[in-house]
Design a protein around this ligand. Structure first.
Ligand SMILES: [Ca+2]
Ligand SMILES: [Ca+2]
Length: 359
C-alpha cells in the first residue's frame, strides 16, 4: 500500500521524459519517429512522404511528371520542374516509365542516341526496383523518373528536376528530417550528375545537401544504383504548424553522361529516440534513485548536433544534494557531436545521470 504512490509517480516521470526530446520540454510533440522501449537499439526513422511513381500505370505510354499525381504515401502530391527537366525540354527528361513503356516520340531528346538511350532508361527503372528489394517480376514493372539530359547541343541549364507543389506534408517543430532517393546512372565514364536535395519548410527552401553524385567514384558505362542521402535538419522550435515538401536539383550542365533515372524520393523523420530508466525503479520517501537517459540515433546514423533535453520534474522529486553530475545535463548534451548510436553512459562524456531524491 505504501508503495502505490511512488509507483505512479515514477511512471509519470518516464512518460514525461519520453516526450521531451527535441522540443525543449515546453510542449509534448504529437508523435515520435521511433518507438521508445529499446534503448541503444537503432530503428529506422519514420517515412512521412515517399513517391514510388507507380500511382498511374506507364505501361501503355510514358507519363509526364507535370501530369502525374502521387498516391496517399506521397500525400497525393503533384509536381513541377524547370523546363529542361520536363518533356517540353527536349532532353528525354521528366518521363515516368517502366521497362515496357514505349519510347515517347514526342520528345526529340528521346529520339537521339537510339536505341541505346531509351533502353538504358528502361534498364535503370528495373535496376532501381531490384535495389529496393523487388523481385525480378516486380522490378520489370517498377516505375521511375527519367533525367537523361539528351539535347542536340549536349548542354543544359542546371535546375529543378522534381519539386512538390502542395507542400502540405505535416511536420513537427523540433524534429529532424532528411531527404533520400534511389538514383541510377549510366555512362559514368562521362560527366556525373550533381544533385542538391532540399526541404521546403512552409514553402521556403532549405538546402540539406549538395554535390550528391549517383556515380560516386565509378567510371563504368553500365547501370550504377546509389541511394543518395541528405544530411538531417531540425525544424526550429517555435515554427508554427510546419509543413513540408521537397526539391531535387541537378547542377551538372553537360548532357554528355549525366544520364540518370531516380525513384523513391522521400522525406524521413529521423529524430533520435530517448529512453529513460530509474535504478532502483521504486523508491519511498527520502530514497534516492539514479536516472539514466539513453539517446539512440536512427538507423541512418546521420549526425545531429543541435538537440537538447529539458526535463521537468513532477512534484515530489528534487535533484539530490550531491547529484553526481559534473555539469548541468542540458549543457553536456548540447555539446555532444555524435555520429552513431549513443548511450550516454557509454561514451567518453561525463556521466549525464542524476540522483533524484524524493522529498
Ligand atoms: Ca518506383
Ligand atoms: Ca545525358
Amino acid at each position: 500500500m505504501k508503495y502505490a504512490r511512488p509507483r505512479r509517480l515514477l511512471a509519470a516521470i518516464i512518460v514525461t521524459a519520453m516526450m521531451s526530446l527535441g522540443v525543449g520540454g515546453a510542449l509534448a510533440p504529437p508523435g515520435l519517429a521511433t518507438t521508445p522501449g529499446t534503448p541503444d537499439v537503432v530503428q529506422p526513422g519514420t517515412t512521412v512522404y515517399v513517391e514510388s511513381f507507380s500511382n498511374e500505370d506507364a505501361t501503355a505510354g510514358a507519363i509526364s511528371i507535370l501530369r502525374y499525381e502521387g498516391g496517399p504515401a506521397a500525400a497525393n502530391e503533384t509536381y513541377t520542374a524547370d523546363t529542361p527537366y520536363t518533356p517540353a525540354g527536349g532532353q528525354c527528361d521528366g518521363w515516368i516509365l517502366n521497362s515496357s513503356t514505349p519510347l515517347p516520340t514526342s520528345d526529340s531528346g528521346c529520339l537521339r542516341n537510339q536505341p541505346a538511350g531509351w533502353g538504358q532508361l528502361q534498364q535503370m527503372s528495373v535496376a532501381l526496383g531490384l535495389a529496393q528489394g523487388q523481385t525480378a517480376t516486380q522490378a520489370a514493372r517498377n516505375q521511375a523518373l527519367s533525367e537523361y539530359t539528351n539535347s542536340a547541343s549536349g548542354s543544359l541549364d542546371a535546375g529543378v528536376q522534381f519539386r512538390t507543389e502542395s507542400n502540405t506534408i505535416p511536420a513537427i517543430a523540433g524534429h529532424y528530417y532528411a531527404v533520400s532517393g534511389y538514383f541510377a546512372q549510366v555512362n559514368c565514364h562521362a560527366a556525373h550528375a550533381s544533385e542538391t536535395f532540399s526541404l521546403l519548410i512552409n514553402g521556403a527552401r532549405h538546402v540539406l545537401s549538395a554535390g550528391l553524385d549517383p556515380c560516386g567514384s565509378s567510371t563504368r558505362p553500365d547501370v550504377q544504383v546509389t541511394r543518395l542521402q541528405s544530411a538531417a535538419y531540425q525544424i526550429p522550435l517555435g515554427t508554427i504548424n510546419p509543413s513540408l515538401g521537397l526539391e531535387l536539383r541537378n547542377e551538372a550542365t553537360t548532357g554528355f553522361g549525366n544520364d540518370v533515372a531516380f525513384d523513391l524520393p522521400q522525406i524521413v523523420d529521423v529524430t533520435p529516440q530517448l529512453d529513460q530508466s530509474f535504478t532502483p525503479s521504486l523508491i519511498g520517501p527520502g530514497g534516492t534513485s539514479r536516472m539514466t537517459l539513453t539517446v539512440t540515433n536512427t538507423a541512418d546514423l546521420l549526425t545531429k548536433t543541435d538537440w537538447s533535453l529539458t526535463e521537468s520534474l513532477p512534484a515530489g522529486l528534487v535533484v539530490a544534494g550531491t547529484p553526481n553530475v559534473g555539469a548541468p545535463v542540458r549543457r553536456l548534451l548540447e555539446q555532444m557531436l555524435w555520429r552513431a548510436r549513443l548511450s550516454l553512459e557509454a561514451q567518453p562524456f561525463p556521466l549525464p545521470a542524476a540522483i533524484w531524491r524524493r522529498e
